[in-house]
Write a protein that binds this ligand. Structure first.
Ligand code: FPP
Length: 264
């Protein structure tokens, strides 16, 4: 008899029962898109979409943690969002994040979730940076799912930062001539160095783009695009995406390896 994690609702439990528990992804990342369109369809201001988007974050984080996903990474604000959105919207998003980090702490603690961040956070408002450091510290002893929020994140800048970090490491270790660079070295200098290999990227609201998100890490990830707008996305949608993941055949450039065969 399969054990169904507690806390799942009826439909989630039904979907979970159909999954192969030995083949769950270890790391799922989500491009949360469509808040603006969700609001527009309801003749509401864009910020109403973002507000509802936070509720979707809550549902998905809790379900992901309940089913035992080791790592979930959410693309909350891209570096491009910061430079290309109106100041009023950025201001609202920062307030929302500031509040989110405090309000959601009990949920993180209840679910044993460890919070982490990727992106150039030094460019975020001071009070947001302080709240991030606080929330990270408060959850640092948790041992369950690692929830990583990508904030002011861009994959190309992450790769640039990794090059700079490798350059410094080389300078401190006898110079470039003595420094071995291979794929593992690069991976060790990325923001995601502590996370498992990325297995799946989910993108909501139908766009077929990676939008500068985890480009290096996505090398062998399965990509799942749904037309559902982010505010409508729920734990059920996450489980459906995982169901689809388990149907895919991951070959890693080789021949017909069944999923989860150990290659990565
Ligand atoms: C994309 O929708 C969403 C964002 C740019 C922000 C994502 C933010 C949230 C989901 C809420 C805040 C999250 C946390 C963790 C506090 P869009 O505005 O690009 O939608 P559109 O493409 O339909 O205009």
């Amino acid at each position: 008899m399969r054990t169904i994690p507690s806390g799942l609702d009826h439909k989630e439990a039904e979907l979970f029962r159909q999954l192969d528990p030995s083949q769950l992804p270890k790391h799922v990342a989500i491009i949360m898109d469509g808040n603006g369109r969700w609001a527009k369809r309801r003749h509401l201001p864009r910020i109403a979409g973002h507000r509802k988007g936070v509720e979707a974050v809550r549902l998905v984080v809790e379900t992901a943690s309940r089913i035992g996903l080791p790592a979930l990474t959410l693309y909350a604000f891209s570096a491009e969002n910061f430079t290309r959105r109106p100041a009023t919207e950025i201001h609202f998003l920062m307030k929302l994040l500031h509040r989110y980090l405090k309000n959601e702490l009990p949920l993180m603690q209840r679910n044993n979730i460890r919070l982490s961040f990727i992106g150039r956070s030094q460019m975020l408002p001071q009070e947001v940076q302080e709240r991030m450091a606080w929330a990270k510290e408060q959850t640092s002893r948790n041992t369950g799912m690692v929830l990583t929020l990508a904030l002011n994140y861009g994959s190309r800048s992450e790769i640039v930062d990794a090059f700079q970090s490798m350059f410094h490491a080389a300078a401190n270790n006898g110079g470039l001539g003595h420094f071995q660079i291979d794929e593992e070295t690069v991976a060790r200098h990325l923001y995601t160095h502590n996370l498992p290999e990325l297995d799946m990227i989910i993108r909501t609201s139908g766009e077929m783009r990676l939008s500068n998100f985890l480009l290096w890490q996505a090398a062998y990830a399965e990509i799942y695009v749904t037309k559902t707008l982010w505010p409508d996305f729920s734990g059920i949608d996450l489980l459906e995406a995982i169901q689809e993941f388990q149907k895919r055949e991951r070959r890693y450039g080789g021949l017909n390896e069944p999923i989860g065969s150990g290659a990565n």
